[in-house]
Design a protein around this ligand. Structure first.
Ligand code: FAD
Length: 496
C-alpha cells in the first residue's frame, strides 16, 4: 500500500488551513470530511489580526478583508450608561481591528484557495478508525464513504481536525479534561433596525445577564446573550420574538429585530487535550481545545495551530529537519491554548455573573480599568492574538536575540517583511557587516534562504535575524554569533 504523507480529518477552518499550508509546501495530502456539503452556519465571526497577517501572504487574507466588516472597538454599557470602549484600534498590527466575517465565508475562501493549489475536499467520507501500522512508520486510517464503501489507507502522519466531538480523540483514548459551564446562551444572526452602532462590538451588561452585538455589515448583526430568566424556552431554535424580548430586557436602545438567518442555543465547554500529539497523530482546532466564545478566538486558534505545525511537518517529511522538530508543535502551542482558555474564562465569569455585588463592582471598575493605557494595549494585543508567542520554549533555546526581540516572539509584519519571507523555510535577514552569518546560511541551502530587507531591527551594524515561515523569530544576534547559529541549526535541521 502506498503511504500518503498526510491525511487530514475534518475540513473546518483548522483542516482547511492544514491542507492549504501543506499543499503549498509541496506535501501531498488527503483532506476528508464526513459532511456531504460545507456548513452554511455563520458560527465564528471574528477573524483576528494575527490570522489576517498570516493568511494575507497565503493568498486568502485580502479576499477576507474585501468581504468582512471591520470593528475598531468593543464598547461596554451597563444600565443605560456607557462604561467605555476597549480600543481595538490600538492593536500593534496593520490589521488593527476585528474583522467580522461568517465562518461559512471564511471556509469558502479557504476552500477556493485550496482548489487553486490543486486540492479538493473529499466530502461524505468519515474516518471511523485509526491505528498504528504494523511497521510502526505510519497510521492506518479507515475511511467510510457515503456510498457505503470502506477503504483503509496508510499515512505517515494524520492531522485530527475533526472538531469538538473528535472521533480520533476517542479512537486513540485521548482525554479531553475540563468543564461545562452551567449557563445557557442563545445567539441569532438577524437584521436590526435602530441606532445600534455598526462599526463596533457593543456589550450591554445588566444585573441579570448580558447581550452582545457584533456588526456583520448591511444592517445585519450577531446577537449573543445569556438567558437566566428562561425567555427562550422550549426545545426549538430561538425565534425573533424571543430575541426581541431578551434584547429589550437588557438594552436601553430601542430597535426592531427581524429577518433571522440563523439562531442557536449553546453551553460553554472549557477543555483541552493534555498533549497535542499522540504518536503520528496531531490534534488541532476544536479537536484539541474548546472554550468560551468570549473574544471570538476559537477559529483563529485552530488556524494558527496549523500554521505552526505545517512548516515543521513539511520540513521533516522532506528530510530538511530532524523529527524532534515535530515535538515543538505541542510545546509551543499548548501554553498559548492554556493562556487563551484562562483569558476567556475570566471574561466569561465577569460578563456572566448575576450577583449584584459583582455587577456593582464591574460598573465601578470598568471605566477606571479602561482609562489605563496598559490595560487597553494588553487587551487589544490579546484580542488580536498578537501577544501570543513561543519565547523560552525548546526551539528558542540558544538562539540569541535582537533588541527587545527574543526567539519565539512574533515578528511584526512591518516594512514589507512578510512579503520578503520564504514561507517554505527559514529566512535570514542580515544587515551590513553580518557576512560571517550569511556564510553560515549558505551552508544550509534548502533550510535557510537569504533575503534582502532593511527594517528597524537591523539598524545596528552586523545585526541579523532568522525568521520562521510562521512569522516568529527563530534566532538573531550579531556578527560574532556564527558558531552558535551553526549549533542551533544542527540541533533542529538537516543539511541536504
Ligand atoms: C454556535 C457556535 C458559535 C460560535 N461562535 C464563534 C465565534 O464567534 N468566534 C469563534 O472564534 N469561534 C466561534 N465558534 C467556534 C468555532 O466555530 C470553532 O472554533 C471552529 O469551527 C473550529 O474549527 P475546526 O475546524 O477545528 O472544527 P469544526 O469547524 O468543528 O470542523 C470539524 C470538521 O470535521 C468533520 N468531522 C468530524 N468528525 C469527522 C470524522 N470522523 N471523519 C471525517 N470528518 C469529520 C466535521 O464534519 C467538520 O466539518 C462557534 C461555534 C458554534 C457551534
Amino acid at each position: 500500500m502506498d503511504r500518503i504523507p498526510v491525511v487530514i480529518v475534518g475540513a473546518g477552518p483548522t483542516g482547511l488551513t492544514a491542507a492549504l499550508e501543506l499543499s503549498r509546501l509541496g506535501v501531498s495530502v488527503r483532506l476528508v470530511d464526513r459532511a456531504p456539503r460545507p456548513s452554511t452556519e455563520s458560527r465564528a465571526l471574528a477573524v483576528q489580526a494575527r490570522t489576517l497577517e498570516l493568511l494575507r501572504v497565503r493568498g486568502v487574507g485580502d479576499s477576507m478583508l474585501a468581504l468582512g466588516n471591520k470593528t475598531g472597538a468593543a464598547t461596554l454599557y451597563a444600565d443605560g450608561r456607557t462604561l467605555g470602549p476597549i480600543e481595538l484600534h490600538r492593536m500593534p498590527s496593520r490589521f488593527n481591528f476585528i474583522l467580522m466575517l461568517a465562518q461559512s465565508e471564511s471556509e469558502r475562501l479557504l476552500t477556493e484557495q485550496l482548489a487553486r493549489q490543486g486540492v479538493k475536499v473529499e466530502r461524505g467520507v468519515e474516518v471511523t478508525a485509526v491505528a498504528e501500522s504494523v511497521d510502526r512508520a505510519g497510521v492506518d486510517v479507515t475511511l467510510h464513504s457515503d456510498g457505503g464503501t470502506e477503504e483503509v489507507v496508510s499515512a505517515s502522519y494524520v492531522i485530527a481536525a475533526d472538531g469538538p466531538h473528535s472521533t480520533l480523540r476517542r479512537a486513540l483514548g485521548v482525554d479531553f479534561p475540563g468543564r461545562t459551564l452551567p449557563q445557557r446562551y442563545v445567539l441569532a444572526d438577524l437584521h436590526v433596525d435602530g441606532e445600534l452602532a455598526d462599526d463596533q462590538v457593543s456589550i450591554f451588561l445588566a444585573r441579570r445577564g448580558f447581550v452582545a452585538t457584533f456588526p456583520m455589515g448591511q444592517g445585519r448583526f450577531r446577537l449573543m446573550a445569556t438567558d437566566p430568566a428562561g425567555i427562550v424556552s422550549g426545545a426549538g431554535e430561538p425565534t425573533v420574538e424571543q430575541m426581541q424580548r431578551l434584547f429589550a430586557r437588557t438594552v436601553h436602545i430601542p430597535v426592531r429585530l427581524h429577518t433571522l438567518n440563523w439562531s442557536s442555543r449553546f453551553r460553554i465547554n472549557s477543555r483541552h487535550v493534555r498533549s497535542l500529539r499522540s504518536g503520528r497523530v496531531f490534534f488541532g482546532g476544536d479537536a484539541a481545545h474548546v472554550h468560551s466564545p468570549a473574544g471570538g478566538q476559537g477559529m483563529n486558534l485552530g488556524i494558527q495551530d496549523m500554521v505552526n505545525l505545517a512548516w515543521k511537518l513539511a520540513m521533516v517529511l522532506d528530510g530538511r529537519a530532524r523529527p524532534e522538530l515535530l515535538d515543538t508543535y505541542d510545546s509551543e502551542r499548548l501554553p498559548v491554548i492554556r493562556r487563551l482558555i484562562w483569558f476567556t474564562e475570566i471574561g466569561t465569569r465577569v460578563f456572566n455573573s448575576t450577583n449584584r455585588f459583582v455587577h456593582a463592582a464591574r460598573i465601578r471598575l470598568a471605566p477606571r480599568m479602561l482609562g489605563r493605557d496598559r490595560v487597553q494595549n494588553a487587551a487589544a494585543s490579546m484580542f488580536g492574538q498578537l501577544s501570543a508567542g513561543y519565547r523560552d520554549r525548546a526551539l528558542a533555546q540558544g538562539a540569541g536575540g535582537i533588541g527587545p526581540l527574543r526567539p519565539g516572539d512574533r515578528v511584526a509584519d512591518a516594512g514589507g517583511l512578510y512579503d520578503a519571507l520564504d514561507l517554505g523555510g527559514l529566512t535570514l535577514f542580515a544587515g551590513e557587516g553580518a557576512e560571517p552569518i550569511v556564510e553560515v546560511a549558505r551552508g544550509w541551502d534548502g533550510v535557510v534562504s537569504v533575503r534582502p530587507w532593511a527594517g528597524e531591527p537591523l539598524r545596528e551594524p552586523g545585526c541579523w535575524m532568522l525568521v520562521r515561515p510562521d512569522g516568529y523569530l527563530a534566532a538573531a544576534g550579531g556578527p560574532g554569533d556564527a558558531a552558535s547559529l551553526e549549533r542551533w541549526l544542527e540541533r533542529w535541521f538537516l543539511r541536504r
